[in-house]
Ligand binder design. Sequence first.
Ligand code: ADP
Ligand code: MG
Length: 591
Amino acid sequence: MKIRVLPPEVASQIAAGEVVERPASVAKELLENALDAGAKSVTVSIHAAGRSLIQVADDGAGIPAGELSLAVERHATSKLVSAEDLFRITTLGFRGEALASIGSVSRLTITSRTAGDPAGARLRVDGGTIGKVEKAGAPVGTLVQVEDLFYNVPARLKFLKQDGTERRAIDALLTRYALAYPQVRFKLLEDETATLQTSGDGDRRAILAALYGVDAARQMLEVTAEEEGSTLRGFISPVALTRSNRKEITFFVNGRWVQDTPLSAALLQAYHTLLMVGRYPLAVVFLEVPAEDVDVNVHPAKTEVRFRSPDKVFSFVQRSVRRAILAFTPVPQGVSQHLWGNAAQETRTVDPAWGLAHDASTFQREKPGMESNESATRMPLSGVSGFANEETLPHTGVPLLRLVGQIGATYLVAEGPDGLYLIDQHAAHERVLFEKLMAQHDQKNIPAQALLTPVVVTLPPAQAKVLEEQLPVLQHFGFHVEPFGQNSFQVRAVPGLFARADPAAALGALVEDFEEDETPLQNELEARIAGRVCKRMAVKAGQALSPDEQRALLNDLESCASPRTCPHGRPTMIHLSVDLLERQFGRKGAR
Ligand code: ADP
Ligand code: MG
């Protein structure tokens, strides 16, 4: 094919693709325009997850009637005059592209009025065709309506995700901007129902509850730090509050939401060694740096920035966050010493006749930081063959074990005919619960235990929606949960297996799982739900168990089909064979 210049409609659709990917990106551009116009109040309304309508109304400065048709031209902006201005941008927009792009892939209507104009004006753009400016009655401010997004670009329509996903993206956007601009009143209406409303009184913690739920919001730690003209403010989770992915880590740089992985990495470093493997903190961090130290002109959708001295910024983030965590976290050493004390008492009750490794605590002394499961999985001493023992073990089961005791309130020590077993109580319990639950599930008979007093759980709007869509699956698992007013649910029964557990925690585990992936296969979903709930309900590392509880756990584990790993594939036990012990003590082998 010959090289040729694309017709303008085609070229504009290509450019639009960079900025307008989905309903949430339209909402983001319009929201930014409203904030740039100094709005004190912004109302976003969507219909059909933004497919049929995305509307943003603000009370900002407005667009003079005479400039309305310029506003929808490509590269037309009031926020920038010269190239140098690019290096001191203090507005969210600056590319002059958004309205033109949106207008080329939808039916766009802008109605606006400035304080100086006695009346407002209106302009329509239909699939890139710009109409005439008309007079229109309007309050001071701007109303932008985007109807039938991508009606003229069917290929893009096909790539839109399920309504629930698109809605969640808009929810997430609004909540985060509300947090970044607590002095602005935000309202989100989804199909005429208000799903978010903030007061604009500047109180961030109240808005935090909309993002994370009341309980989590209460636990979040506040960070403030200042250094050489830069400031950092925000909320981070204590080490006990984590998620299984990094989606809840949010950074704003100079009022702009950026999806910047190096910044997240700096934050994660601050939590290093304090969280279990595979767990991530929640955080909303607002970083302010001098405008000339950051290049915002990096990405078409403006979701990335480049710092002049990245190392300095990352280390500032890391140190400030670390300081905040440590200030609120009990000194780790103190914790393990406390646990240590318990463990020593437990082992002392052991019958001394059981000479073999009954002073199991020596194992722990060699391995500090035992309260995390991580050390259990990393512990395989060279030559220890807990799992490669298939020649001697006809199946993957375990032999009958005799309990010795508990150490570090985390591991059980047991003796078998072939040596010593160290069992991770959390992983083992997870396995036990999982097999019991799945067995009941396979027989389509998960007994539900009615709660004496039904528990009401309130979730953030986005999570509430996720849960609502999955109620039938839950019912199936013995969770009898009913909608109970806005964003609230009443838990009437839980699976009998978890009768003594906290229903709110169980529900939390489920929602987290649903959120992760919107369309898993049904059977896969069910095994995953079971895995997730069992993990949450299992005894934790650091929980002292009575001798009876220890014995029950061991018995249950012995009767599991796959006792050697937890449902997520991590080992439940380490086996030190008699042979290995003899070698290590120099009783056997080369002399
Ligand atoms: P940019 O924000 O990069 O300047 P846009 O295409 O988003 O480009 O908007 C073009 C121009 O239209 C802006 O520079 C601004 O002058 C004007 N404008 C857009 N939305 C609003 C609004 N809600 N209130 C006031 N002015 C607006
Ligand atoms: Mg803009």
